[in-house]
Design a protein around this ligand. Structure first.
Ligand SMILES: [Fe+2]
Ligand SMILES: [Fe+2]
Length: 428
């Protein structure tokens, strides 16, 4: 028998065995519906089974714990997995293999080019240590509050919106602050927005903007808050470029991402799950899609997810919500949307797409054709209160218009200096 035939033979055998097991386990879903207490016992068995499928020797299949693979080789039905875990990723996480899977897939790719290795080495040293740093949320508190802003885009940031954002931080002192991606813009590092010499800010100016206008006042006015910077597609530009150590960085104070942003000084952690082992732009996009943070309750329930955003289109919030099936928020699209959806397993969830902190017209200039209003891009941020006991979520909009901004019963009016600054942005 040829080697290939032998492998196919063995796989066929494994599939037949799994099928027979699934037939035996067929009544489990009904049994658990009747006696939910059974689920706990079955969970342990299912997780062991997923690890078994994942560890089927490399020479046969290669490691994978995906839904399709499990459908063929698993001893339990995928509908049982959906019923118990809600999401496939959660099944993988509880079986303790999600991260290893991701790392392993990427590790196989790493061998392909030296550049990818350089980038990964850079990230290991200068990015990954800050992932999850400065965790200071006290989950024993009855309620936790979060101020979320996304898409500041440094030099396009609306100064009026920024003042409101800082004011809300100062008065409400939220337990957590989430800078949900695209804090900086780095147009000069972009592959699709290239107008050399057209930018009012150098790369270092943008970093300084983040430090002085955003990080420093946030930290000063709320010394105890858990501040996280979720790395978005624009922010990642600097990492990739820095790792390449191109001559364009001669102007930078420092080639270390974390030191440049002075994350230790401001006690700001990153959310950066990607390991930067990407070889192609498709992989890079996929890795950005891996970058999210989920808040868990003390007893392990998923309460809320922050993700910069990786799915586009008018129903982007629903697309993101469906991926996570937790309460949560995304940025990236720049228009405000609030939706709810649900499933039998998860109950009804709320998902909020934050508008941008940038001035919509300014940030759109150059790559949106026609009137920006058509895209419904708007300005503002989000204030979320989470009842840790019940998981009840209350999202409150912080709305920033051209003339006034509002949050709860507060009203801010734009100042002349801010209006001038916006005017300047629009003239560039
Ligand atoms: Fe953005
Ligand atoms: Fe983005």
């Amino acid at each position: 028998m040829s080697k290939k035939a032998a492998v196919e033979d063995k796989l066929g055998q494994l599939m037949a065995e799994a099928k027979a097991e699934r037939v035996k386990n067929k009544s489990l879903l009904g049994d658990i519906r009747e006696d939910p207490g059974l689920a706990e016992d079955v969970k342990g068995l299912m997780e062991t089974d997923l690890r078994r499928v994942y560890n089927i020797p490399h020479k046969l299949l290669g490691q994978c714990a995906g839904r399709d693979r499990y459908r063929q080789l698993g001893n339990y039905s995928t509908s049982l997995v959906d019923f118990i875990y809600g999401m496939w990723a959660e099944f993988q996480r509880q079986a303790g293999i999600y991260d290893t899977l991701h790392t392993k897939t990427v590790k196989r790719n790493i061998a392909k080019t030296a550049r990818a290795q350089d980038l990964a080495r850079y990230a290991d040293q200068h990015i990954r240590p800050w992932d999850g740093a400065y965790d200071r949320l006290n989950k024993k508190k009855k309620k936790l509050s979060f101020l979320t802003g996304s898409d500041f885009h440094s030099h396009y940031c609306n100064p009026f919106a920024l003042r409101v954002f800082q004011d809300v931080n100062k008065s409400e002192k939220p337990d957590g602050i989430r800078l949900n991606g695209d804090v900086v813009d780095f147009p000069s590092l972009s592959t699709h927005r290239q107008f050399p010499g057209h930018f009012p800010m150098t790369i270092q100016d943008e970093i300084n903007w983040a430090k002085h206008k955003l990080f420093a006042p946030l930290r000063k006015n709320n010394p105890k808050s858990d501040i996280k910077f979720l790395v978005g597609n624009h922010d990642v530009r600097l990492v990739t470029a820095m790792a390449d150590k191109g001559p364009m960085f001669a102007s930078l104070d420092n080639l270390n991402f974390a030191e440049n942003f002075e994350l230790d000084r401001f006690k700001i952690g990153l959310v950066c799950r990607t390991n930067f082992l990407f070889l192609t732009s498709a992989q890079r996009e996929r890795d950005i899609a891996q970058n999210w943070e989920t808040l868990f309750s003390e007893d392990g329930r998923m309460l809320f997810t922050w993700v910069h955003g990786f799915l586009c289109g008018k129903d982007a919030p629903a697309k993101h919500a469906r991926r996570f099936m937790t309460n949560g928020t995304n940025g990236h699209l720049h228009d405000r949307q609030e939706i709810s959806l649900g499933s039998y397993a998860t109950g009804v969830i709320d998902w909020y797409q934050t508008p941008c902190m940038a001035h919509p017209k300014a940030v759109a200039a150059g790559y949106i054709a026609g009137p920006v209003e058509f895209n419904a891009w708007s300005c503002g941020a989000l204030f979320t209160t989470i009842d840790m006991g019940t998981g009840h979520i209350h999202n409150e909009a912080i709305k920033v218009g051209e003339e006034i901004a509002t949050f709860r019963d507060r009203v801010w009016s734009i100042r002349d200096a801010e209006r001038d600054q916006i005017q300047q942005m629009l003239e560039i």
